[in-house]
Ligand binder design. Structure first.
Ligand code: PBG
Length: 337
């Protein structure tokens, strides 16, 4: 008697069976929606490099966040685009800056919406680096040999802590330092605790790589470095053991959640971190991952919906808890259909 070879395919036979044995699912509550906030009123300015996304003034931001909230998106993450930039990124830690203003209004209008703020100087500095630059630059020219290595680690820490404090005092539910200075998680934790903000958790961009996938974001936030690059503080893409050291240090310094960024090209890092620690591991589906799909879909080369859902599902499968994605409201709509 001859037996059929059919084995694994039996459970793929129908949509119902496939749904029954599905191992990984996306949930809008896990998604964090990154948004760009700028000065002004009634502004909803399209971002060329990120089709479908906008820079919002605070009033229009409230409407967009309300839409995401209604769709069940878990949280929003705010990036500020200031009116003025200077060498020390001062507008980033003013208590009345664009982010504290936005947080105050959002928390007043929607107390249940989880509001996370990005803590980094690069959107606020005129040179575009994530910290202050050591020494004086002559006549706007870069000094020979000057690179991102001249970003002064310890001089940057108090400024980041001031920024985190301004965000916490405005009512932020969580602060997310993305600068990659050493020791910033501990510094921010101590500063928040010292000022009575112990309940505010820190989501650390712990394993953040010096990646080409941030291109569209830098256009959106006007934060591309004017000279050099970020390789002196962000991680070298070939390394994974170093990511473990970064994450371990951040947890020891008091990070409540850690992030791997970018996500798609670093799924191994997410997986390794997931096996090693029990705290939430977030994945950042970054601007380049978004815009690649948008650009190809606009030419009819790929199916945006299927591709976005496949990417995000892969991040979950690798072990991500929360996922930061520009598709957050869109995915929530897709998941409802
Ligand atoms: C700021 C910051 C960046 C991103 C998040 N926070 C840019 C960078 O490091 O140059 C990138 C996000 C994205 O590409 O979607 N340090």
């Amino acid at each position: 008697m001859k037996f059929p070879e059919l084995r694994l395919r039996r459970l793929r036979h129908s949509p119902g069976l496939r749904a029954l044995v599905r191992e990984t699912r996306l949930d809008p509550a896990d998604l964090i929606y990154p948004l760009f906030v700028r000065y002004g009123k009634k502004i909803r300015e399209p971002i060329d490099s990120m089709p479908g996304l906008f820079r919002y003034s605070v009033d229009t931001l409230v409407r967009e966040c309300a839409r995401a909230h209604r769709l069940g998106v878990g949280a929003v993450l705010l990036f500020g685009i200031p009116a003025r930039k200077d060498s020390a990124g001062k507008s980033g830690y003013e208590p009345k800056g664009v982010i504290p203003q936005a947080v105050r209004i959002l928390k007043r209008e929607m107390p249940d919406l989880v509001v996370i703020t990005d803590v980094c100087l690069c959107e606020y500095t005129d040179h575009g680096h994530c910290g202050v630059i050591r020494g004086i630059r002559r006549k706007g020219r870069s000094i020979p040999g000057e690179s991102s290595g001249t970003v002064d680690n310890d001089a940057t820490l108090p400024l980041l802590a001031k920024m985190a404090l301004a965000h916490a005092a405005a009512g932020a539910d969580m602060v997310a330092p993305s600068d990659m200075m050493d020791g910033r998680v501990g510094f921010i934790r101590r500063t928040l605790d010292g000022a009575g903000w112990s309940r505010v958790p820190i989501l650390s961009y712990a394993a953040k790589y010096a990646s080409s996938f941030y291109g569209p974001f830098r256009d959106a936030a006007g934060s591309a470095p004017r000279f050099g690059d970020r390789a002196g503080y962000q991680m070298d893409p070939p390394n994974v053991r170093e990511a473990i050291r970064e994450i371990a240090l951040d947890i020891a310094e008091g990070a409540d959640m850690v992030m791997v960024k970018p996500a798609l090209a670093y799924l191994d890092v997410i997986r390794t971190a997931r096996h090693r620690w029990d705290i939430p591991i977030a994945a950042y589906n970054v601007s380049g991952e978004y815009s690649l799909v948008k650009a190809a879909a606009a030419r009819g080369w790929v199916d945006e919906r299927r591709m976005a859902l496949e990417m995000l599902t892969a991040m979950k499968r690798a072990g991500a808890g929360p996922i930061l994605t520009y598709w957050a409201p869109q995915v929530s709509e897709w998941l409802r259909e």
